[in-house]
Design a protein around this ligand. Structure first.
Ligand SMILES: Cc1ncc(COP(=O)(O)O)c(C=O)c1O
Length: 375
């Protein structure tokens, strides 16, 4: 019998983003007393003490609606950049309930359903795929090179006059590869003026000196580039949901018009403002990730794994040939309380991604890998 609710066919056939299992689900499933999560590239230190203090101080305010358009946070972000990049003003900044909401809104403001297309690499972050589908926007995907470097010629070859957005993630998820500024500049220049290049910099803080790795320093001269960042990774606010994008003024205005007025709540807003005030916590997070990345990359290689160079706070790798497959290894790790990310949802069933943890977590993960692989 036909399902009576099956009216909106684009919803009935919609395949949602596949998130990894939560710590609670894993604890229950494998009857574990403790679990270490190294699967979602979260901050292994949690949040800055300034954020904890802000949360406590603002808990009494949650009966109030946040101020529409979150002006305190927008100003704090503009102030954060004002010394270095005077051309970034409050008018160019849009904030949302995580980058996830921003991605969805970009499709809302940039795409006429059934008419425009968007372009990204394959594989790419899952939300580009799901939201393109939901908004009835054809997503054209250019395969990455076999070593997961970017093939920008292939990407550009998919662009036509109906392409309204091009997404590039740098450093990329899941590979960790960084696109060079020269490459990104030439993509921006090659695109028609009506096509917005969105550089998703969720992990840029882990990639090196900002001026060397991000086009943020060149934004003043680029009319069709947007830079998207998140508070979920280096600032540790994944559960509060805060992302921002720096984009042309007119587009920022459209984003504000269509965003639901209160989607970024008071606690999240104030926590993000506080996070921007703690450079020391941010630097400790970055230093730990870079040290841990070096340590884990070398150690996994020594175990015979194929490890991909990463500029992010995670590493993609393949287990040694002739041992366990990626799926088996991730299940064995899970059974012993370590959650890492199988990349089957990225159509990479032979690859795994591990987030860099604290020194202790990295060593624990490695010791377990060693013991599983030597059995
Ligand atoms: C490349 C990339 N973009 C965006 C996001 C989403 O970030 P947020 O937590 O701000 O929604 C993620 C999260 O993992 C990501 O990997």
């Amino acid at each position: 019998m036909k399902n009576p609710w099956d009216v909106c066919t684009h919803v009935a056939c919609f395949e949602p983003y596949e998130a990894g299992l939560s710590m609670e689900e894993i604890r229950e499933k494998y009857a574990l007393s403790s679990v270490v999560k190294m699967a979602s590239n979260e901050n292994p230190f949690g949040v800055s003490p300034k954020v904890s203090q802000s949360l406590q101080e603002n808990i009494s305010q949650v009966f109030r609606y946040p101020q529409a358009r979150n002006p305190r946070l927008v100003k704090a972000i503009a102030d954060y950049f004002s010394n270095k990049y005077s051309y970034i003003t409050e008018k160019n900044i849009f904030v949302g309930n995580g980058s996830d909401e921003i991605i969805d809104l970009l499709f809302r403001v940039r795409v006429l359903a059934g008419e425009h297309n968007a372009v990204a690499f394959d594989p790419c972050f899952g939300l580009y795929v799901t939201q393109a589908k939901f908004h009835n926007c054809e997503l054209r995907q250019a395969p990455l090179n076999p070593d997961f470097t970017f093939n920008f010629d292939a990407l550009l070859s998919l662009v036509d006059e109906k392409t309204s957005m091009v997404f590039v993630t740098s450093p990329d998820n899941p590979s960790g590869r960084l696109a060079s500024k020269e490459e990104l500049l030439s993509v921006a220049k090659a695109l028609p003026k009506t096509c917005l290049l969105i550089i998703d910099e969720a992990y840029i803080e882990f990639a090196g000196k900002e001026e060397d790795v991000s086009l943020i320093a060149e934004l003043a001269t680029l009319e069709n580039v947007a830079i998207m960042r998140t508070f979920s990774k280096v600032y540790g606010l994944a559960g509060l949901r805060v992302g921002y994008i720096i984009l042309p003024e007119q587009l920022a205005d459209y984003m504000w018009r269509v965003r639901l007025p209160f989607s970024l709540n008071i606690l999240a807003q104030e926590a993000a403002v506080a996070a921007l005030e703690d450079e020391a916590f941010k630097q400790k997070t970055i230093d730990t990730a870079i040290l841990g990345r070096k340590f884990l990359s070398a150690a996994l290689q020594e175990l015979g794994c194929k490890v991909f160079p990463s500029s992010a706070n995670f590493i993609m790798f393949q287990p040694p040939q002739g041992t366990l497959g990626a799926k088996e290894l991730s299940v064995k790790l899970l059974e012993n309380g370590y959650i890492i990310r199988s990349l089957a949802a990225y159509k990479l069933p032979d690859y795994l991604r591990v987030s860099i943890g604290t020194e202790e977590q990295n060593k624990g993960f490695l010791a377990l890998c060693k013991s599983i692989l030597s059995r």
